[in-house]
Design a binder for this molecule. Structure first.
Ligand code: SF4
Ligand code: SF4
Length: 244
């Protein structure tokens, strides 16, 4: 199968995380022929792809062109990492790009063709969205192996709290009053932060549908947390999706 990895505007961590699979990369190479992966090699061959992985947000015209190319030339497109699935930190910044250019450079001229940062999923249809800032590297490994073997990949649609319970971690929200966003955040990380006795900061983005952000906001406000602090915390990886 032919695979391409495309990076839009981001920190580079989600592409690098694939390389952190180290020796497991050889398992993937048994199934995949890599046609483009800028972080790994200068080799590049334009070809129709079976699978395209896209990381980052669409933050300039070049990103948009790369994304459209990846979508048009692939059968299966994976939005990888919270930048691509939810917009992540840069997507949560408020205000229009032209206003920011004026504030920083004193002109509204947009020579870099910058766009307001948005996730991949807002521009094209994706076949699989795998969030995480960064995601657990074994998730992309399993996803690629599943696709290569023709197995339907599992979409995680439950909150981080479920993984706390499965691991029997003590609830840091209930027991310590920490502002943990686990109840409203997409699971899949195996509650790694809670394992370290930290509250979840919501890096896998907000859980759609059943999540009740208003209820959690109220609980945390009653615990004495400042409203503005909570508002900022809730929207860090959420691109305003938690407004209610
Ligand atoms: S610690 Fe956080 S993620 Fe874990 S059960 Fe409590 S609220 Fe949920
Ligand atoms: S516990 Fe929360 S902040 Fe930590 S990795 Fe998981 S989703 Fe991200």
């Amino acid at each position: 199968m032919k695979l391409g990895v495309f990076e839009l505007t981001d920190c580079g961590g989600c592409a690098l995380n694939i390389l952190f699979l180290y020796e497991k990369l050889f398992d993937l190479l048994e199934f995949y022929e890599i046609k483009e992966f800028h972080m790994a090699s200068s080799f590049k061959e334009h070809d129709h792809l079976d699978v395209a992985i896209v990381t980052g947000t669409v933050s300039c015209q070049r990103d948009l062109e790369v994304l459209r190319h990846a979508r048009n030339y692939s059968n299966y497109l994976i939005a990888l990492g919270t930048c691509a699935t939810h917009g992540s930190v840069q997507g949560a910044v408020e205000g229009k790009i032209r206003d920011k250019l004026e504030k920083v450079y004193g002109t509204r001229a947009n020579t870099m063709k910058a766009l307001d940062p948005k996730p991949v999923v807002e521009y094209v249809a994706v076949d699989f969205a795998l969030p995480g800032c960064p995601y657990d590297k074994m998730e992309i490994y399993q996803l690629l192996i599943d696709l290569a073997k023709g197995v339907e990949p599992i979409k995680k649609d439950y909150p981080v709290c479920i993984e706390c319970k499965l691991n029997e971690y003590e609830c840091v929200l209930v027991k310590k009053g920490l502002p943990c966003l686990g109840p409203i955040t997409v699971g899949g990380c195996n509650a790694i932060c809670v394992k370290s006795k930290l509250g979840c900061i919501g890096c896998r983005g907000p859980l759609p549908k059943e999540a009740n952000p208003a209820g959690e906001f109220e609980i945390l406000r009653n615990l004495g947390y400042d409203e503005e602090y909570l508002r900022r915390k809730f929207k860090t990886f959420a691109r305003g999706e938690l407004r209610w």
